[in-house]
Write a protein that binds this ligand. Structure first.
Ligand code: PMP
Length: 282
């Protein structure tokens, strides 16, 4: 396997960073995961926009132009012959020695990246997954895609130990999103999802789903909702780069709707497939 370290593609064994890296010591950095389909980056513009926006919110300087960074990401995909899969890349604030909580303003940011090959899971998209609910114990800037993911990791671990795919997070009974995906519910034909505030990540899949909803004239409200509304929903879906729009068919062991992918989720998936075809080909 080949990895990206700064502006070089190297064998993974050679991909080492310093223990003085602030990403390692403080989780001081940001990341992106972009789906690769037919060898192309799906929703590349939206992901790059978010990467630059996360950097700005954290006062991180991206050491390359957008064109150069995009080129390096494509080099990485090609070096690993990834046709379908994803690319992960991150930027840390670089090395700081001696260790100090305060930002090192003169730091040289360090970009690293990896790829993984996997096909779209069509069975999962049709049959759905299960979820549990968990307290959202994360910090108050969940809108930044930072490396600080321990709250997310704890929730996901809890879900997977319970045999579920995802953890649906809530703050005192108000649902926010999932540990590594956005969340949408459908009740009486109306879609509801948490508004884009500091409490959730602005998901790229969520953007594509909003386009699908607009294209299909489906009513939608961006409003926080309660656990009670979640459990009363006809359809629930999670949304992420790796999962597209996936139905959630049971939560905490209770069936959602009739336990099958619902019509609104299916309609959104149809649009999603078309968008993939348009951007990445068949
Ligand atoms: N929320 C969280 C907390 C996430 O980690 C992710 C990404 N895995 C998402 C939402 C979905 O974002 P995207 O659609 O951009 O993958």
């Amino acid at each position: 396997m080949n990895v990206l370290v700064k502006d070089k593609i190297v064998a993974s064994e050679a991909g080492v960073v310093s223990i003085a890296d602030r990403g390692y010591q403080f989780g001081d950095g940001i990341y992106e995961v972009i789906r690769v389909l037919n060898g192309k980056l799906f929703t590349e513009k939206e992901h790059m926009d978010r990467f630059y926006s996360s950097a700005e919110k954290m006062e991180l300087v991206i050491p390359y132009t957008r064109e150069k960074l995009t080129g390096l990401i494509y080099d990485l995909i090609k070096a690993n012959n990834v046709i379908d899969g994803h690319v992960y890349f991150q930027l840390t604030r670089g090395n700081q020695d001696p260790r100090n909580h305060a930002f090192n303003d003169d730091a040289e940011g360090i970009i690293t990246g990896q790829t993984k090959a996997y096909p779209r899971d069509m069975k999962m998209l049709e049959e759905g997954v299960t979820a549990i609910t968990a307290d959202d114990i994360r910090w108050l800037r969940c809108d930044i895609k930072t490396l600080n993911l321990i709250g997310n990791c704890m929730a996901k671990t809890k879900a997977q130990r319970a045999g579920a795919e995802e953890a649906i997070l809530h703050r005192d009974g108000t649902v926010t999103e999932c540990s590594s995906s956005s969340l949408l519910i459908v009740k009486d034909g109306v879609v509801k999802t948490h508004p884009l505030t500091n409490l959730i990540l602005p998901g790229i899949t969520r953007i594509v789903i909003m386009e699908a909803i607009a294209a299909a004239n489906i009513p939608v409200v961006e409003e926080a909702f309660s656990l009670e509304e979640l459990f009363a929903a006809d359809e629930v879906m999670l949304a992420s780069t790796g999962h597209d729009a996936t139905p959630i068919i049971a939560i905490d062991g209770k069936q959602v709707g009739d336990g099958k992918r619902g019509p609104v989720t299916a309609e959104i998936q149809r649009y999603y497939d078309l968008r993939i075809e348009k951007e990445c080909g068949k």
